[in-house]
Design a protein around this ligand. Structure first.
Ligand code: GLN
Ligand code: ZN
Length: 758
């Protein structure tokens, strides 16, 4: 009989009660014991839900108090030295100190979990001597069994992935580290086996990335050791997010099951299994329901796929699964009361995906008996959205097709634009500017709330925004900045603000997903053809410009960032969505220009986030991402200066793409890895305007003038002074009022000092 399973369930709860519990505990509103019991209620609810739906293998230990990578590090007692930890089970105070920092010790670094928008805490191996502090998977297994009679499937982050995601050791120490970790894993597995646990899921998503032959050998060593030491336990070696590299090596490992992603790694994995078959003595975890997307599955297609798989592996050896943990999707569509029905009916969040899994199992085992109605409903829902007006804007489709074929180039090359722009703007050497936002004070947030609750009318709110703009235009002038901004006070975030004004977007009431820790995001849904409907930023920008003689830079979010921070439709390629967004943004760029705004910044902080995991797909992605940026910005006059901003520092492999964007000025976050970045720009002789962030906006600390002068001078050793701009490394919306003003003053002072030498 075919079985069903998921790889993990969202932690946050139907109403984000998990987030609220964490924050209540952090702020001292609830005691630790109360906190534990609140989280237990949430955890058991999630298990009960899966039990009631009839999921065969229910994951346990997928739940976390913050992050599963941090859990794994804590389980092994891998605690950075700066936190006072005395051994034994890691207390919550230490656990949260690592995640969030304290006044004496900086938090551990946080970074993206593969190509998702989930962020994990990076384990720091330096100086650690791993021990098993507690068997967390066993505790979770026992709880599910005792409380609900569930035979859970403990989820454990595998050793190779854990080690690869950690830092604080050199590559040559990899084997030594594995030698320390493997016995701890064996101990966990042994205890689970003694308890009678039938199956564990060991996650090794690293297997979808490029592995060295040494890594393949390590993989063999790890799983051969597990097989030899704990023969009694069935391991489902789980991969996700892409197809596996080294298919043959992986399916030959001595484990009982192999989990593959047949959604995001479909073509790679299906060709491997078609060509090489699948071992008869193993279970296939077939990840065919998209764990990361929000759309209903095409059930008939999934059934056809399952029927094909059943010919390769017998039904007893097939588990129908989500492609990855459901951590990446919201909890349920049920609570959405405001979405148009043709959209709502086509959505499947975590709970609806459980239903789909069970339905698929029934479809195969009973050969369709009793599910005909369900399948027809599924067809109808998908068809209705497909036929909707929003997905069939021929005006947009034609316009985008037409401009995609154009050269998408500015009138003149940068070298010539630079001259006319210099002439027009008459900026001093080393112009100073900021990245766009100024502090979103409590007052600003409250005003927005009052306006949203209709306590304030549009005019009151607009007046308030204008007052803020006035305040900050004056402050920027007093500080001596050369290029001003309006401050982004009217925006909640970089995507929602634009999505609300563009056609093709929908907003859920409760579609939250965990981004990191207790922070959840509610990505918009791009469900239809994207279209410009009205000006989005012109009014505020024009107003700001009317209050000063200095140039005011318009501020837009770029097409790729909007796309990467949204849930997007899947019936057309991402590339097309990017072009539609670009076309809409182009109309905003042109409207700003018509309104007399001569400098326009199109932010693209999220370009790197969309980078495919597979190296051979990266160039293609970058090429259409760059094309979308150019599409949005190429029609302006020579004198109009296009700026862009990116906020991460791994640029070495992307400099040519950045150059190809052909922005007149790029500002980038660099203050934390300055030397390295300058080096990559030097090697690549970047030839466009560039502003290297001269101070770190993530810290409340006011940077000293001397720190910034030395940073600028260092950069000037490799960069052309005529192309160099000076700015903080990102937007200032999270900073306080006074520290922002003081920091900017120091920045301008540092610039003046350096200018004297040129
Ligand atoms: N213009 C945006 C701001 O200043 C850019 C933010 C970002 O890079 N994430 O807030
Ligand atoms: Zn930034």
């Amino acid at each position: 009989m075919i079985k069903s399973s998921i790889l993990g369930y969202p932690r946050i709860g139907t109403d984000r009660e998990w987030k609220r519990a964490l924050e209540a505990f952090w702020s001292g509103k609830i005691e630790e014991s109360e906190f534990h019991s609140q989280l237990q209620v949430i955890r058991l609810n999630h298990l009960r839900k899966q039990q009631e739906k009839g999921i065969s293998f229910i994951p346990v230990n997928d739940f976390s108090y913050y992050d599963h990578v941090l859990d794994t590090a804590a389980m092994f007692g891998i605690i950075p030295k700066r936190f006072s930890y005395k051994g034994g089970a890691v207390p919550l105070s230490v656990y949260y100190a690592i995640a969030r920092g304290t006044k004496d010790a900086a938090a551990s670094e946080m970074t993206k979990w593969f190509n998702t928008n989930y962020h994990y805490i990076v384990p720091e191996m330096d100086g650690a001597s791993p021990v098993l502090t507690e068997n967390k998977p066993l505790i979770a297994y026992r709880e599910a069994k005792e409380k609900l009679g569930i035979e859970g499937k403990p989820v454990i982050l595998g050793p190779l992935t854990f080690l690869k995601l950690s830092k604080g050791y050199s590559p040559s120490e990899t084997d030594a580290w594995l030698d320390r970790l493997i016995p701890l894993y064996v101990q966990i597995l042994q205890e689970l086996s003694n308890e009678g646990v039938p199956w564990v899921q060991i996650d090794e998503p690293i297997l979808v990335t490029k592995l060295s032959l040494d890594d393949v050998q390590r993989l063999k060593t790890i799983y051969e050791t597990f097989a030899a030491s704990v023969p009694g336990i069935n391991i489902m070696l789980q991969t996700y997010f892409e197809s596996v590299e080294h298919y043959n090596d992986i399916v030959s490992l001595p484990v009982k099951g192999i989990g593959l992603d047949f959604v995001h790694g479909f073509s790679g994995n299906i060709s491997s299994i078609r060509a090489q078959g699948f071992p008869k003595d193993k279970v296939l975890g077939a990840g065919i329901i998209d764990g990361r997307g929000i759309w209903k599955s095409q059930l008939r297609e999934k059934i056809a796929l399952l029927k094909e798989l059943v010919k390769i592996v017998s039904p007893e050896c097939l588990v129908v699964q989500s492609s990855c943990s459901l951590l990446h999707v919201p909890v349920t569509v049920k609570q959405e009361t405001k979405l148009a029905s043709e959209l709502k009916d086509a959505l499947a969040f975590a709970d609806e995906k459980l239903d789909e899994l069970v339905l698929l199992v029934n479809a195969i085992t009973r050969d369709g008996a009793g599910i005909v109605g369900e399948l027809e409903k599924n067809d109808r829902a998908i068809e209705a959205l497909k036929q909707s007006d929003e997905r069939n804007r021929s005006d947009i489709q034609h316009a985008v097709a037409a401009i995609s074929d154009q050269p998408l180039e500015r009138n003149r090359p940068f070298s010539e634009r630079h001259i006319v722009q210099q002439k027009k703007w008459q900026l001093p050497i080393f112009p100073t500017t900021t990245i766009g936002s100024f502090p979103q004070s409590a007052e600003v947030r409250k005003a927005r709330q009052q306006w949203r609750n209709a306590e304030w009318n549009n005019e009151q709110y607009a007046d308030f925004i204008r007052e803020q703009i006035d305040i900050w235009i004056k402050l920027q002038e007093e500080t001596g900045l050369d290029v001003l901004v309006h401050g982004e006070f009217e925006r909640t975030d970089m995507v929602e603000f634009f999505g609300e004004k563009l056609a093709g977007f929908a907003f859920t009431q409760n579609g939250w997903v965990q981004s990191y820790g207790s922070r959840c995001v509610k990505p918009p849904i791009i469900f239809g053809d994207v279209a410009f409907t009205r000006e989005m930023t012109v009014e505020e920008t024009k107003y700001a410009q009317s209050r000063t003689e200095c140039p005011v830079k318009g501020m837009l979010t770029g097409p790729i960032t909007i796309m990467n921070w949204s849930f997007v439709r899947e019936d057309i390629p991402r590339e097309q969505i990017a072009y539609q967004l670009a076309y809409a943004l182009r109309q905003e760029v042109e409207a700003l220009e018509r309104a007399g705004i001569g400098m326009i910044q199109v932010d693209e902080p999220a370009v790197r986030e969309g980078l495919p995991l597979k190296e051979d797909e990266q160039a293609k992605y970058l090429s259409w991402a760059i094309k979308a940026f150019r599409m949005a910005t190429c029609t302006v006059k020579d004198t109009t200066q296009i700026h862009t901003h990116m906020c991460y520092c791994e640029f070495h492999d992307m400099i040519h793409s950045i150059e190809a964007m052909d922005a007149d000025v790029i500002s980038i976050e660099t203050s934390r890895s300055h030397g390295e970045l300058i080096h990559s720009f030097e090697l690549n002789t970047y030839k466009l305007g560039i502003g290297l962030g001269v101070y770190d906006i993530h810290s409340p600390r006011i940077p000293l003038v001397e720190e910034m002068t030395s940073m600028i001078e260092r950069a000037l050793r490799v960069l052309d002074p005529k192309l160099f701009w000076i700015n903080p490394d990102c937007g200032l919306k999270t900073r306080g009022f006074e520290e922002t003003v003081d920091s900017l003053r120091n920045m301008v002072e540092a610039t003046r000092i350096v200018r004297k030498k040129y």
